[in-house]
Design a protein around this ligand. Structure first.
Ligand SMILES: [Zn+2]
Length: 419
């Protein structure tokens, strides 16, 4: 490593540490950024790198790479470099690139307006954490707009301000380029260097980050409201699994497996009141938690957004059905069933897979654990077993339009495909 590279690397490390100290709930995210150092612009006489204003914002891309212009990195204070890293994480976890309106390309007026609207959404949380935006960078406060809104809501305000500026009004902030993480437009160059995160890795990272944020918020008061809202939204399951799985277990029988009364199969831990004919048995769902084995479809057909839904739902099952101190057995399945993982928390699930799909393998492996119920989380693009296993099977399904229905012996719980 040249001494110049070493200086840039040290600068990045210092900026990242500063950012982690100012927003400890984002430390995990900050340390997941991969730096990509760009070819610097150089001073004609000294040969020293000079800042390139186009790269002022240390742009990020959806693979969690951060693009570092050496001239900018060496010229700006560590605090400003660190501020941009926090800002980039804000774009990444809010998926501004996926939410961006269609635009002709980077630099297109639509893309530039969206970039500033997304900046406004990110920056009010940074201001709420006492991190003031660098001069000229847009924020709701600087625009005189209410905080706590989404980029989609700020967009129309920025269009109005742009129109007013064209007639001599004030500017709606400098034009900065925050990269494809903000506008969703692939760059022709500069995004190839370094290994970025895959869709699976990104989904896992976001789930872990959301839990960090909530854990920190529960213990202290220094987490801005916008981050807490994001984390709650990100972790909230779409389905009340306790109610849904409880209903299936109470109904008990399913065709082909013989009637089994799951309701009173095991005595409740809490004893019922004394009646004329002895103690009343409480339904089992009231106390001992059912054993649920979860099969997560991690095949290549499951896209990033669907996988995020599946992971949120698995977390929901763990929290609502597993009960405190409980563990959940999880089997990731693509073409084959991967080894059983016993987890206490959703972030312990290691998502492995990415190949073709055959959930028959995963369902057979889950049934082999002899749980009370098998829950399959999938996009449905798989062959199904011809015969049902001996326990009820519930399928949490994010269905695409062309997917055949799961077999009649499975109970289907539709899951919303989130943006
Ligand atoms: Zn930005």
């Amino acid at each position: 490593m040249s001494s110049e590279d070493a200086r840039v690397a040290a600068r990045f490390a210092a900026a990242r540490l500063w950012a982690a100290s100012r927003a400890p709930y984002l430390a995990h995210a900050l340390f997941s950024l991969t730096p990509v150092v760009l070819e610097p612009r150089r001073d004609g006489e000294t040969g020293e790198p000079v800042p390139d204003p186009e790269w002022r914002a240390f742009p990020t891309d959806p693979g969690w790479r951060v693009h570092i212009d050496p001239g900018t990195a060496l010229a700006v204070p560590v605090e400003e470099f660190g501020w941009w890293l926090l800002h980039g994480v804000g774009h990444l976890v809010r998926r501004h690139g996926d939410r961006a309106p269609a635009a002709a390309g980077p630099g297109d007026p639509v893309a530039r307006r969206w970039n500033r609207a997304a900046d406004a959404e990110v920056n009010d949380d940074l201001e709420a954490a006492g991190l003031d935006v660098p001069a000229g960078v847009v924020s709701p406060r600087a625009l005189g707009l209410p905080p706590g809104r989404l980029a989609e809501e700020y967009l129309s305000e920025i269009e109005v301000l742009d129109g007013a500026q064209a007639r001599g009004g004030r500017s709606a902030g400098d034009l900065v380029d925050c990269g494809s993480a903000a506008d969703g437009l692939e760059r022709s160059s500069g995004e190839s260097g370094g290994d970025g995160l895959s869709g699976v890795e990104r989904a896992v990272l976001e789930a872990a980050l959301a839990r960090d944020v909530l854990a920190r918020a529960a213990a202290r008061s220094d987490v801005p409201g916008g981050w807490q809202r994001w984390a709650r939204e990100r972790t909230r399951p779409a389905v009340d699994w306790r109610a849904r799985l409880g209903a299936v277990l109470r109904r008990g029988a399913h065709p082909g497996a013989g009637r089994v009364d799951f309701t009173y199969r095991r005595p409740a831990r809490r004893r019922g009141p004394q009646g004329p004919h002895g103690r009343v048995l409480l339904p089992a769902m009231a106390a001992p938690s059912p054993e649920v084995a979860v099969v997560v479809d991690t095949s290549g057909s499951v896209d990033d957004g669907v996988l995020r839904v599946l992971v949120s739902e698995a977390a929901g099952v763990l929290e609502r059905v597993g009960g405190p101190g409980r563990r959940l057995r999880v089997i990731c399945c693509d073409r084959r069933a991967h080894p059983v993982q016993t987890v206490r928390r959703a972030e312990e699930i290691r998502l492995v897979g990415g190949g073709g799909t055959d959930l028959r393998e995963g369902i057979a492996a889950a049934a082999g654990l002899r749980p009370d119920l098998v829950l399959v989380l999938t996009d449905g693009d798989t062959p199904w077993p011809d015969r049902p296993p001996r326990m009820p099977v519930v399928v949490g399904l994010v269905a695409g339009p062309t997917v055949p229905d799961p077999p009649a012996w499975a109970r289907v719980v539709p899951l919303p495909a989130r943006p």
